[in-house]
Design a protein around this ligand. Sequence first.
Ligand SMILES: Cc1cc2nc3c(=O)[nH]c(=O)nc-3n(C[C@H](O)[C@H](O)[C@H](O)COP(=O)(O)OP(=O)(O)OC[C@H]3O[C@@H](n4cnc5c(N)ncnc54)[C@H](O)[C@@H]3O)c2cc1C
Length: 269
Amino acid sequence: MYDAAANQENGWVDFKDFTVVKKEQESNVITSFYLQPKDGSGVTTYEPGQYLTIRVKIPGEEYTLNRQYSLSCAPGHDYYRISVKKEKDFDPNGKVSNYLHDHVNEGDTVEVSAPSGIFTLNMEETAPIALISGGVGLTPMMSMLETLADTGSKREIYFIHAARNEEFHAFKDDVEEITARLENGHAYYGYEKPLNANGDHHFEGYLSKSFLENIINEETITYICGPVPFLKNAVRILTELGVKDENIRYEFFGPAMDLKAEEKETVKA
Ligand SMILES: Cc1cc2nc3c(=O)[nH]c(=O)nc-3n(C[C@H](O)[C@H](O)[C@H](O)COP(=O)(O)OP(=O)(O)OC[C@H]3O[C@@H](n4cnc5c(N)ncnc54)[C@H](O)[C@@H]3O)c2cc1C
């Protein structure tokens, strides 16, 4: 994988300095960082769904810290964009995400390794596709959605996003704009606890079977990303709706795990 990254035009091995050329708030907890190589070279292309590894040296920390962040826009721009959730719900707060939010600004440098990862959009397929995300899990889905629009896909495409409430809802306008460019694009979103119960959303509480069964059929190819309970719930519902195992593709923002195996164990027990 590293060789592939190095051999591409503008490719590199290990880490390279990138400048934060733009920093933009997307929701009350998610902020995007637009990155360009400090040496003035272009950016390598990547597959929608891949991530960058960011390395930072935080004052007071003995070692440099590496974290993965999915690319949150389609390839083809002259920058990379990552979108980082500020992890501040637990004590101690997340080190790198808080550092990026609070101390890394436009003009600053971060070290970046080349795009990597196997949770990627298969562009050969033509079946209906559902991009399903919870919270900051929408980042790889943004890249996939924009790529489908940029390549003029005629597939039935469903972007389904669950957020805690309206204030946590990132990329709402972007999703609307990108979906409008698609011939068969549909966007749905819902809130666990909406601030405005009569407001503009498609579901409330957790993503449910009764909601998804109107959208998903046995042929749908699904990509899912979000917190573990969200993933488990989505995998269970999709399995019940008859979606084939190979068409339930997911990523969790932590160490790899087999949720389907866990599901099967649970069912067996
Ligand atoms: C493939 C991949 C893609 C990813 N893409 C994204 C993305 O697009 N956007 C994004 O925001 N994140 C993404 N992540 C997650 C990201 O890499 C980081 O894990 C995340 O930002 C948290 O890092 P941190 O340094 O802020 O938190 P850490 O310091 O690593 O802490 C993680 C969590 O554990 C808690 N914690 C820390 N220490 C303790 C302790 N002693 N006891 C109990 N709790 C503790 C923290 O409060 C925090 O909530 C991705 C991860 C992977 C693997």
